[in-house]
Design a protein around this ligand. Sequence first.
Ligand code: NAD
Ligand code: DAU
Length: 453
Amino acid sequence: MSRNILITGGAGFIGSHVVRLFVTKYPDYRIVNLDKLTYAGNLANLKDIEQAENYSFERCDICDYEQVLAIFRKYRIDGVIHLAAESHVDRSIKDPFTFARTNVMGTLSLLQAARVCWDGDWAGKLFYHISTDEVYGALQFDGTLFTETTKYDPHSPYSASKASSDHFVRAFHDTYGMPTLVTNCSNNYGPYQFPEKLIPLFINNIRHGKPLPVYGRGENVRDWLYVVDHARAIDTIFHRGKVGDTYNIGGFNEWRNIDLIRVVIRTVDRLLGRSEGASEHLITYVTDRAGHDLRYAIDSRKLKDELGWEPSLQFEEGIEKTVRWYLDNQEWMDNITSGEYKKYLQIVGQPRPVVRGDCDFSFGSSLFVLAVLRGYVLPPPLGEKAGPDFCCGCGASFCRTVAVRTAVVLQGILSECFSAFLSRRCFEAAVRHAVRCRQASPTPRRSAARRSS
Ligand code: NAD
Ligand code: DAU
């Protein structure tokens, strides 16, 4: 074998694509996949290449320094592509310790094993660390992009742990002269992604008619890259990147979450033979992620200018391929979502729906429709001249009686329907609730005046 390459996290989402690419493209390289097989690691992701002669798998925790060192020695590892990590932001908010342990201490353990094994003989060696654009923090809606010189400003425990591991990698380069490379990539999508992440989660939920939990207002922006293009970039940089350097990898493909979600909905609906957009009613606005970064966008011009890499797929094509893959591989999805993941969902609980003014109707409109359906006679808006039903007769443009009676009407509606508002999408839930109540016991038309008296 001309090279012995250790790929960590090769049973995960991106790692499995990198392993597949290297095993098939470089038959004269030995590819050793080191993975602990956490909930996110799945050897089924590599079924098609697991019998390849140049492929080996080692189940190992990167934090287990002795075992990592033994693997380095066993295979005479000369190159590392390090992807193993805890990768989900929401989990890091619940359990930051695990992220610090794996992402920081695990990376340090690998660096130290490489240093001890290579023992100052750096010729032909490379430690390539896969990082994320999240270490740069968040951008405003101002068209700026993360470049390789953007100051680190991580906000979540996940990104803080990744930032820390990046610093350790650079420290090993600067202190010991270890040949290292770091790349920071934007959001990946494609086959084999664990369905806790936005795109596979939503594809699966749309298929099964389950709610689509949109954090906050769905206005956050991410820059999406097809995973196979990330793997191609890693191949290019591993072989031709400038040692000691950093490259950003991104798709120049920014999407507001809610717009992306609508594309996914239309694609799934169409491929399932439903009318496009039929599943939009599943959109459920839920409590926002704590510290939710507003916008990520990567400037990957350096990678294009220096090494000639560009994304190969247009987003529409990538999303179509992705949706098709998940729909055709329901068994893969079922296997993943049955065991550990179910337990995790029970522990963290489901996100809580919130009443939002940005569903089909505003909160105000919902109240209005609800009030009419429930048979209330509404007072005119404050400031408008009130009719005899509501005005005390003062004739003033701001009638105190109108104000008080408006409040009473609102209070009545709110207390009747509060639980329906809270537990479902505001407009639809309110209307459904009102219709049900009306069918159960037709309400005589009543005015605020009569009701309050
Ligand atoms: P993933 O969660 O799908 O896979 C992570 C893999 O690492 C799994 O196979 C898991 O078993 C393994 N692993 C976890 N802890 C381990 C440990 N202690 N020892 C050994 N193996 C362990 O992650 P992913 O989305 O494929 O991300 C891979 C890498 O790319 C991560 O470093 C992540 O930070 C980075 N990254 C991801 C994205 C993205 O959009 N997914 C974007 C940029 C960078
Ligand atoms: O930017 C690169 C990063 O991209 C990687 O480093 C991370 O490993 C990877 O998980 C991803 O992080 P995000 O937090 O951006 O990905 P996620 O799929 O979790 O969320 C994408 C966006 O969608 C984000 O703004 C949060 C939102 N979201 C996510 C989920 C899971 C929702 O609105 N609802 C959801 O249920």
